[in-house]
Design a binder for this molecule. Structure first.
Ligand code: B16
Ligand code: MG
Length: 225
């Protein structure tokens, strides 16, 4: 029996978030945001940084300015966001295959071998650059990133767009996410969700520490429980 119809689940597509699922770029985002906070005399805590997972650059700067008690014009916020991105990209220079999170590469390859359709659905406008640096851009024919959507997670737009391009129904798709906003976006899209790496994620269908040792067959087994 094909994996797609095991246990009456019709899983045909896997949608991967990027930051925190494929690579741990959250630390690099944090460093870059801290540099902006420093200019304002504001210390961004790691707990606050956790709240920025999956949140767009613009929404992140709005949140940080709010936490810092600062009010800026739109132009000023854009300039800070631009500067943050310049610093973030400079920190990304050294990214390579070594930075792909444990088990991701093998899981992606096994999924391709099982004829599952794959996509990346990320809030990041840098998704293609990062995937190229990681050496896995070619594994994904479909990448929906922050340049292609109007609405940030938890809005389901990014994942709905992936499903449309994959030509799959939402109920046939599984989303891998490290952020609560992303899990909620998957739920809002009518898709299965797998929480990755974060113990406190709520409402996902299944949770994994990382992809090490996970096979597509085991995944579908778990989702059908
Ligand atoms: P950029 P994901 C998200 O990526 C990150 O989790 C979030 O921290 C970041 O602010 C957002 O992308 C925008 O990224 O500044 O590169 O456009 O987790 O949705 O892959
Ligand atoms: Mg993420």
């Amino acid at each position: 029996m094909s994996l797609a119809i095991m246990h009456n689940l019709e899983i045909k597509g896997l949608i991967f978030d990027l930051d925190g699922v494929i690579a741990n770029t959250a630390d690099l985002h944090y460093r870059a945001w801290c540099k902006i906070g420093d200019q304002w005399g504001f210390n961004l805590s790691s707990a606050q940084n956790e709240e920025l997972r999956g949140i767009s650059r613009k929404d992140s700067i709005l949140k940080i300015a709010n936490w810092a008690g600062k009010s800026f014009t739109n132009e000023e916020l854009d300039a800070f966001a631009f500067e943050k991105n310049k610093n973030y990209l400079s920190y990304c220079q050294t990214l390579g295959t070594k930075d792909i999170l444990p088990g991701v590469f093998d899981f992606i390859n096994s999924s391709i071998n099982k004829d599952l359709k794959l996509a990346v659905g990320s809030a990041s406008k840098n998704a293609k650059i990062i995937l190229q640096k990681l050496g896995i851009l070619d594994l994904f024919s479909i990448i929906v990133d922050g340049n292609m959507v109007q609405n940030s997670k938890p809005d389901p737009e990014v994942f709905i767009k992936c499903a449309e391009i994959l030509e799959l129904e939402p109920k046939s798709c599984v989303v891998f996410e490290d952020s609560q906003a992303g899990i909620q976006a998957a739920i809002n899209a009518g898709m299965f969700s797998v929480g990755v790496g974060q113990e406190d994620l709520e409402s996902c269908n299944y949770k994994i520490k990382n992809f090490e040792g996970l096979s597509p067959k085991q995944l579908i087994n778990q989702l059908s429980n």
